[in-house]
Write a protein that binds this ligand. Structure first.
Ligand SMILES: *Cc1c(COP(=O)(O)O)cnc(C)c1O
Length: 229
C-alpha cells in the first residue's frame, strides 16, 4: 500500500465512494457551487478497519464516527498507517469524554450544552489542540434528540464565545426522519447566517443533494459509501 499516494477514484471501487463523489459533484454544479466548497465526511461507524481501508485507498481522507470509544479502538492504528487522515465526531458527546474527544478528533459536530462547552474549553486549554467546533441545532425540537432548540441557538452560540472562549465554526443538524429535510436545512442556514457562522454540517446519504442546495459545507455520508449498517 502507498498511503502517501491516494490513488484516483476508480469506477470499479469496491465501495460507494465513487458514486457519492459523482453525486456531490452534480449537486454542486446544479447549485452553482464549487465542488471545493463541500467537504465529504465518510461516516464509518459500525464498520471495521477491513471495510474502511479500501475507502482510504480510494482517496478519502476525512471520516466521521459517532462514538468516542469506538473511534479510539479503530482509528489510532489506521491513522498511523495512513498519515493525513482527519477524524470528525458527529455523535453526542458527554462531558467526561471531552478530554479524549479533543485528543482524537479534528472536529466535533455535537456541541449543545454548557457542560460540554466547559469541558471542551478545559481540554482545549490543557492539550493545545483546537478541533473545529459545530453547534448542533435540534431543528425538529425532538425531545429524544441532542442539540440546542432553534429559539435558544443565538444565546447559546454567544455563550460559547463569550463565556467559554470557544471558536465556533458552524452549525450541524439532523432533520427528523419523517420530515422533508429542506425546511430544517433552511432554518439551520438562517441561524448560521445571523450568527456569522460560515459552516453548515448537514446532509446524509438520503438527502445530501438537498443539503448542498441549502448551503451545506460538510456532508456526513455513511451507508451510501459503506453499505447498510
Ligand atoms: C450515521 C450518521 C450519519 C450518516 O448516516 P447515513 O444515512 O448512513 O449516511 C450522519 N450523521 C450522523 C450524526 C450520524 O449519526
Amino acid at each position: 500500500m502507498a498511503p502517501q499516494d491516494p490513488s484516483p477514484m476508480s469506477a470499479h471501487s469496491p465501495n460507494g465512494l465513487a458514486a457519492v463523489e459523482r453525486d456531490i459533484a452534480r449537486a454542486c454544479k446544479e447549485a452553482r457551487r464549487d465542488r471545493g466548497s463541500v467537504t465529504l465526511i465518510a461516516v464509518s461507524k459500525t464498520f471495521d478497519a477491513v471495510a474502511i481501508t479500501p475507502v482510504i485507498e480510494a482517496g478519502q481522507r476525512i471520516f466521521g464516527e459517532n462514538r468516542v470509544q469506538e473511534a479510539k479502538a479503530k482509528w489510532p492504528g489506521l491513522m498511523s498507517a495512513y498519515p493525513g487522515l482527519a477524524l470528525h465526531l458527529i455523535g453526542p458527546l458527554q462531558s467526561n469524554k471531552a478530554k479524549e474527544a479533543v485528543a482524537l478528533f479534528d472536529a466535533i459536530h455535537s456541541v449543545d450544552r454548557p457542560s460540554i462547552c466547559e469541558a471542551l474549553a478545559k481540554a482545549i486549554g490543557s492539550q493545545g489542540r483546537r478541533p473545529e467546533l459545530f453547534v448542533q441545532i435540534n431543528t425538529g425540537e425532538e425531545p429524544q434528540k441532542a442539540g440546542v432548540a432553534p429559539g435558544e441557538a443565538d444565546a447559546f452560540i454567544a455563550g460559547c464565545r463569550e463565556k467559554y472562549g470557544l471558536s465556533i465554526s458552524g452549525l450541524m443538524c439532523i432533520p427528523p426522519v419523517n420530515d422533508a429535510p429542506a425546511p430544517h436545512f433552511a432554518l439551520t442556514a438562517k441561524i448560521a447566517a445571523r450568527n456569522g457562522l460560515a459552516n453548515l454540517s448537514m446532509g446524509m446519504s438520503a438527502d445530501f443533494a438537498t443539503a448542498i442546495q441549502f448551503g451545506a459545507t460538510h456532508v456526513r455520508i455513511g451507508s451510501a459509501i459503506f453499505g447498510t449498517r
